[in-house]
Design a protein around this ligand. Structure first.
Ligand SMILES: [Zn+2]
Ligand SMILES: [Zn+2]
Length: 307
């Protein structure tokens, strides 16, 4: 079932909403325009959210009727219900604990690895792994760095808006940017021109996405491809370099054939939806830092207010 375009649009519209919110200091005619823009954005968000929920429900119904999977709908509704119960609490914990409160890492190779062991969302983005949301009640004064996390590829510096590879939560590479320094082998072929053209010919409103003054968006493929071959790659632990956006990052990546004893593994494949969720996470942290600089949000715990 196709859902990638809707998910991508929801992600983009949400980022646009964050951008708009960061311009709250505008006055006069510009402010009037913003109200219109805000209404249009909220309508768009509701539209894509509704479509995505319908796709998920249809998928669940199909599984139940055609594959006789009994508990799929209950499972889906339970997740929605949990969201409501937690009342959008940004510091709600999500890792599923075993009876001895160890994190569950039972891996089912047939399911989406990124969503295993969490009650909802993605494991790499649960507050336990990604850090608390800046909007949570936790005292963040000491924890929020003044460098927002980056949505760019560690190697080529271009935004990653597709399935990719991560090390930890905040270091990400295009799959084709994971390349052996010795033999040049890459973890996955880049998205081809053909796929890109196919995509741009059938995605009307994505073409418009860049038309409102922003830079034109790169056209991305909706074609599914297998996850990056991360098991075949390691990094040279002696090549770590400190960077402002990513912290300590490895600068030399090798394939397992050319690896040496100082090499470490740890690369994880990231699916497209997980990457969109990551982009939203980064956008939210950026919005917070921006509002903080403008003095719109106060830092003391629990007093998130607009002036
Ligand atoms: Zn890259
Ligand atoms: Zn190699």
């Amino acid at each position: 079932m196709s859902h990638v375009r809707e998910a991508r649009m929801l992600c983009r519209k949400t980022v646009e909403l964050f951008t708009l919110l960061s311009h709250t200091q505008e006055t006069g005619a510009r402010r009037m325009g913003m109200t219109q823009e805000l209404l249009a954005l909220v309508t768009g968000l509701a539209h894509y959210l509704k479509i995505l929920i319908r796709i998920a429900l249809t998928g669940a119904l199909k599984l139940e009727r055609e594959q006789s999977a009994r508990d799929v709908i209950t499972f889906f509704l339970d997740k929605l219900h949990l969201l409501a119960v937690q009342g959008a609490n940004p510091s709600a914990k999500r890792l599923i604990k075993g009876s001895h409160s160890e994190s569950l890492n039972s891996i089912n190779p047939h399911a989406n690895l990124g969503t295993q062991g969490v009650t909802y969302g993605f494991r790499s983005l649960a507050p336990e792994n990604a850090g608390d949301s800046p909007f949570s009640q936790v005292d963040m004064a000491s924890k929020v760095s003044s460098n927002p996390p980056s949505d760019l590829c560690v190697r080529c510096g271009v935004t990653v808006e597709e399935d990719c590879v991560r090390l930890g939560t905040y270091q990400r590479w295009h799959s084709h940017c994971i390349q052996c320094a010795q033999c040049g082998k890459v973890a996955a072929a880049p998205v081809t021109k053909d796929q890109q053209q196919q995509q741009s010919s059938r995605s009307g409103d994505e073409r418009d996405a860049g038309a409102d003054g922003g830079a034109p968006r790169p056209k991305l493929s909706s074609a599914r491809r297998p996850p990056a071959n991360v098991g075949l790659y390691v990094y040279d632990s002696g090549s770590m370099k400190e960077t402002p956006s990513f912290g300590d990052v490895p600068t030399v990546i090798l394939c397992t054939e050319h690896a040496h004893p100082a090499c470490r593994g740890g690369f994880q494949p990231v699916q497209r939806l997980e990457q969109y969720a990551f982009l939203l996470n980064v956008a939210l942290r950026r919005l917070y830092l921006l509002l903080k600089q403008q003095g719109v949000v106060h830092l003391s715990p629990g007093s998130f207010t607009y002036l």
